[in-house]
Design a protein around this ligand. Structure first.
Ligand code: NZQ
Ligand code: ZN
Length: 385
């Protein structure tokens, strides 16, 4: 196991009716800004619950944060924070709203060009405003991590940043608010959480038994929960399990002390920057192709994953790896997620664009060995056409 420092300061309020407990988590004299997305939070009544919980407080609302949140939109919120003297931010939504809120929290305290926050992947951030979240979509674990991904449409860039200052102070996870999610978003959430686990697990062995065992349990749980969550949208136990599994998939615990990959994510972000394909769908395209391409460096973990997650333990190593990758692709397809670039209108010219963008964004040494170059990414994408 590698050396690590682990600290996760986010308090979780989990279960039915927990939005009502919001008020206790925010200082009484705070000037609060509620940030939300394109209207689902209003339609589903979640915003109403939040307003009730904050009755009598000074509250300003900022709506209109897009899926794959935009830099320009977040900067408008930063201006409003200054204008209204806001002291606490509250994100109400999915990963996009929480990510935008993290960016606002950092940018509002940053002297200089906010683009530098993204360009430096967060290393220039030295402080941020306090913020909490009310999660409405189990997927990203943004509710319990310090990462954020922001799209700069004009620059054609979708870039991640992280900072120890951008953990939510608290997050409310009420599984009942997920009942209104369209099937497409549930499928996306299951696939995204699945690939988060894979990015931290499917690298090379380091003898980290608890991290491996925990990761395998999360993967098996997602394989069970995915179809169940699609079939029974109002089953509390299924939604509760899904919500907590997605949070645990990327709250830092299974990633402590182990090598991490993230190449599928970085390549996938460029597909979204190109044509706005849903984040999870880009992963379902890149991952199976990347696993096939990287079967050499990932051999031992691929065999372990096949055996412990998919019960594949017969045949030669390569046969077992073939079956394991096919099972992974089949899992995404069964969720209703297509796994080929052509399904998302990306052709050879699109691949050229993605490869150039990876170079421009400094994504030139990806994967757990920092050995995946843009040329390797091209081969992986061509095999995914
Ligand atoms: O915008 P509204 O109207 O709110 O609708 C949203 C949006 O259209 C809707 N929705 C959310 N909760 C709902 C609901 N509809 C009905 N009922 C509800 N309860 O769902 C749509 C998608 O929302 P979004 O927040 O975009 O989805 P998700 O949570 O999957 O977040 C995706 C973003 O997170 C980033 C992705 O790149 C992408 O930009 N990621 C963030 C990570 C992190 N911070 O750690 C890690 C991930 O790997 C990922 O990159
Ligand atoms: Zn993801």
């Amino acid at each position: 196991m590698n050396r690590f420092t682990f600290q996760n300061p986010t308090k979780i309020l989990f279960g039915k009716g927990r939005i009502a407990d919001l008020g206790d988590q925010i200082p009484a004299d705070a000037k609060v800004m509620i940030l939300y997305g394109g209207g689902s939070a209003e339609r589903t009544g979640v915003l109403g619950q939040v307003r009730d919980a904050l009755a009598g407080r000074t509250v300003v609302e900022f709506g209109g944060i897009e899926p794959n949140p935009r830099f320009a939109t977040a900067l408008k919120a930063v201006d409003l924070v200054a204008e209204k003297g806001i002291t606490f931010l509250l994100a109400v939504g999915g990963g996009s709203v929480i990510d935008a809120t993290k960016f606002v929290a950092a940018a509002a305290k940053f002297d200089g060009d906010a683009w530098d926050i993204l360009k430096s992947h967060g290393s220039v951030v030295t402080q941020a405003m306090p913020f909490g979240s009310v999660l409405t979509l189990p997927a990203t674990a943004s509710e319990m991590n310090s990462g954020s991904v922001i799209t700069h449409a004009e620059k054609g860039a979708k870039l991640p940043f992280m900072s120890p200052y951008t953990y939510p102070v608290f997050s409310v996870l009420d599984p009942e608010v997920t009942y209104t999610l369209p099937k497409r978003q549930i499928a996306n959430g299951v696939a995204d959480a699945f690939v988060h686990v894979i990015e931290q697990y499917l690298t090379y062995p380091t003898g980290a038994r608890v991290q491996d065992g925990f990761a395998e349990t999360l993967l098996r749980t997602l394989i069970e929960l995915g179809p169940e969550a699609l079939e029974k949208p109002e089953d509390y136990d299924i939604r509760a399990n899904l919500m907590w599994t997605a949070t645990l998939a990327l709250n830092g615990l299974i990633g402590a002390g182990v090598p991490q990959d993230w190449a599928s994510h970085m390549i996938g972000h460029e597909i979204t920057a190109l044509n706005d394909t849903d984040h999870a769908r880009t992963l379902a395209v890149v991952l199976p192709s990347l696993l096939n391409d990287q079967r050499g460096p990932k051999r031992e973990k691929l065999l372990q994953y096949g055996k412990n997650v998919w019960n594949i333990d017969e045949g030669t190593d390569d046969e077992r790896i073939d079956k394991t990758i096919a099972a992974t692709r089949g899992f995404f397809e069964d969720l209703g997620i297509k796994t080929r670039l052509r399904d998302y209108n990306v052709d050879a010219a699109g691949i050229n664009h993605i490869v150039t963008a990876l170079e421009e964004h400094g994504m030139t040494a990806l994967g757990e060995h920092r050995a995946i170059t843009p040329n390797d990414a091209r081969r992986i994408l061509e095999a995914a056409l």
